[in-house]
Design a binder for this molecule. Structure first.
Ligand code: AMP
Length: 114
């Protein structure tokens, strides 16, 4: 897998508005927000897509989602609600091939999505 700009964000080589970090997860604001709150939760380990997650890495997926839910609780919008999204490959709309969970909040979300 070629390196993505998210790897550069992890190494602080390009700037990002980082809102959360632990040993395995980094979260930062999306540069083109699609909602009043739009944060990306990424593993520090480079995994290209959801298709590439192994059974051994299942816990990491859980930790990404829990980091998003904890952030929603801390920021006070968990009760009001939010959406988490993982886009995978072309039909999923994935453009950056470093696994990430979008956390969107601050407005009602449409369903079904476009
Ligand atoms: P996806 O289309 O699911 O691969 O999502 C990639 C997301 O990364 C998009 O929502 C972009 O707006 C976002 N993005 C791209 N470059 C940056 C950056 N330098 N900092 C923060 N978010 C970015």
């Amino acid at each position: 897998m070629g390196e993505t700009l998210f790897a550069k964000i992890i190494r602080r080589e390009i700037p990002a508005d980082i809102v959360y970090e632990d040993d395995e997860v980094l979260a930062f604001r999306d540069i083109h927000p699609q909602a009043p709150v739009h944060v990306l939760f990424i593993p520090k380990q480079a995994i290209a897509t959801l298709n590439d997650v192994t059974a051994e890495q299942a816990g990491l997926l859980g930790r990404l989602l829990l980091a998003a839910a904890d952030y929603a609780k801390r920021e006070g919008f968990a009760e009001g609600g939010y959406r988490t999204v993982i886009n995978c490959n072309e039909h999923g709309g994935q453009t950056v091939f470093h696994l990430h969970v979008h956390l969107l909040a601050g407005r009602p979300m449409l369903w079904p999505p476009g």
